[in-house]
Design a protein around this ligand. Structure first.
Ligand code: BES
Ligand code: MN
Ligand code: ZN
Length: 495
């Protein structure tokens, strides 16, 4: 893990680092150095703009150029990142996170880097730290042979008031997001429900979270019919993990519930071969809940927070649940399972119903729930549904502030009828394919404890980047929604 520190930007020319990162703006009159890059052109003999022009640098977001400094600066390497057109007012915070991430992502094998990017406020300095740390992420646990050394030290050059605390927070948040990315990237042979529970127990002890793990016997005895039904087909039995953090001055309790399918084969309603490997990411929701609880504890927020990880492996076998089977959920309602591949909602309803026992002010669940989310909103934008309009809009707004794209979605009442079952209280599959993200949300809504505000985040696309890296987002596990949950906990913090 990269460590991050803060340094006043007194003299970037003589600052001792391996790679100095500065920004350039595009514009009608050509490139313009961004704040932080002052004095560099002079130190480089007035040749910087000329050199960048010759290299074809336009200053567009996502662009980087590496320039050797030949001894003119203390840093042997200058990394120039595009910041787009100079803003009229304040810098866009997400643009700064991304620029810092683009820079560190290009620096694999570099030990020390310093960001001399716009950082006039604590918020900007924090954004640079977070983007820089997240961009430096790599997952090499399963590679043999020599790997490029990860960035060991990242310095943010800023003297903004409050920057220290902002950089500190960024470092805690980045550690949690990286933890979630690691879990998502770990193959299912390395991460099954009991293993995930063990990791949660160990980490909980380190950061001071209380933890309770229900194994398959306890789940059966406790009436967690959904988690048992989904997990019964696997040689790796299911778990429910409850993580809890409390603060003596807290005024509110937030409860988070995560879908934690460590591998989703579809069960007997088996998935096609193509893309099944992707389903190692089907625990991304539980990952986000875990990462958020860890960060909340490390930050010492004045809030009570509970997190449920609904962990199961969805496999076909002689003991697997069959399409048409009926189980009794933790809430007491019976569910007919028409499609064993609609398993996420089955584990979530037990977690959501159990969360009611914590008397939370709100419940937020996070799940890689439907392919329909990707059809509706694409790869990068999560869908947010809720039983309360204000809460839905609040979650969408918080996600946006944290730099995680999310969009409000409806739960149209007329679609509920399609979930009627001829034999049980409700069926897990809607006969209509259309609106699949919404019908999954409507199914969950039936199990929310009476009078409790609830929001549901479908993060099927955002949890895993199948495309090329961009900004501070790598290929593979992204850690999506971890920051949104942390942001929600911060919003419900006392004082
Ligand atoms: N884990 C999948 C959803 C998913 C798909 C996540 C693609 C990430 C990427 C979920 O368990 C699933 O299989 N959903 C089905 C539901 C259907 C059977 C109602 C789907 O979306 O096709
Ligand atoms: Mn499935
Ligand atoms: Zn699934």
């Amino acid at each position: 893990m990269t460590t991050v520190r803060l340094n006043p930007p007194d003299n970037v020319v003589s600052f001792d680092t391996d790679a100095l990162v500065v920004g350039v703006h595009s514009g009608p009159d050509g490139l313009r150095a961004a704040p932080g890059a002052e004095g560099l052109d002079q130190a480089l003999g007035g040749k910087l703009a000329e050199t960048l022009n010759a290299m074809g640098v336009k200053g567009k977001p996502g662009e980087t150029a590496k320039v050797p400094t030949f001894g003119a600066l203390a840093a042997p390497l200058l990394v120039v990142v595009g910041l787009g057109d100079a803003p009229e007012g304040d810098y866009d915070i997400e643009a700064l996170r991304r620029a810092a991430g683009v820079a560190t992502r290009s620096l694999a094998g570099t030990a020390r880097a310093a960001l001399a990017l716009p950082s006039a406020s604590a918020e900007q300095a924090g954004a640079l730290a977070l983007g820089g740390l997240l961009g430096a992420y790599s997952f090499t646990a399963y590679r043999t042979g020599e790997q490029p050394a990860p960035l060991a030290e990242l310095t943010v050059l800023s003297d903004a008031e409050g920057a220290e605390a902002a950089v500190e927070r960024a470092s805690t948040v980045a550690a949690s997001v990286s933890l979630v990315r690691d879990l998502v990237n770990t193959p299912p042979s390395g991460l099954w429900p009991a293993r995930f529970a063990e990791i949660a127990e160990q980490t909980a002890a380190e950061v001071g979270l209380s933890v309770e793990v229900l194994d398959e016997t306890a789940l059966k005895e406790g009436g967690y019919g959904g988690i048992v039904a989904v997990g019964q087909g696997s040689a790796n039995p299911p778990r429910l993990v409850r993580l809890a953090y409390s603060h003596p001055e807290a005024a509110k309790t937030v409860a988070f519930v995560g879908k934690g399918i460590t591998f989703d084969s579809g069960g007997l309603s088996i998935k096609p071969t193509s893309g099944m490997d992707w389903m190692k990411s089907d625990m991304g929701g539980a990952g986000a809940v875990f990462g958020a609880l860890v960060a909340i504890a490390r930050l010492g927020l004045k809030v009570n927070a509970v997190g449920y990880l609904c962990l199961a492996e969805n496999m076909p076998s002689g003991t697997a649940q069959r399409p048409s089977d009926v189980f009794t959920s933790f809430a007491g309602k019976t569910v007919e399972v028409l499609d064993t591949d609609a398993e996420g909602r089955l584990v979530l309803i037990d977690g959501i119903a159990r969360a009611g026992q914590d008397n939370p002010d709100l419940i937020v669940d996070v799940a890689t729930l439907t392919g329909a989310q990707i059809v509706a909103l694409g790869w990068r934008t999560a869908g947010v549904m809720a039983n309360d309009d204000a809460l839905r809009e609040e979650v969408v707004a918080i996600a946006g502030e944290q730099g995680e794209a999310a969009w409000g979605m409806p739960l149209p009442e007329e679609l509920r009828k399609g979930l009627d079952s001829p034999v049980a209280d409700i069926a897990n599959l809607h006969p209509e394919r259309f609106g699949g993200m919404l019908t999954a949300g409507l199914f969950l809504k039936e199990f929310v404890p009476d009078g409790v505000k609830w929001a549901h985040i479908d993060t099927a696309g955002p949890a895993f980047n199948k495309g090329e890296p961009h900004g501070y987002t790598p290929k593979g596990g992204t850690g999506a929604m971890t920051r949104t949950l942390i942001g929600i906990a911060e919003r419900y913090t006392a004082g």
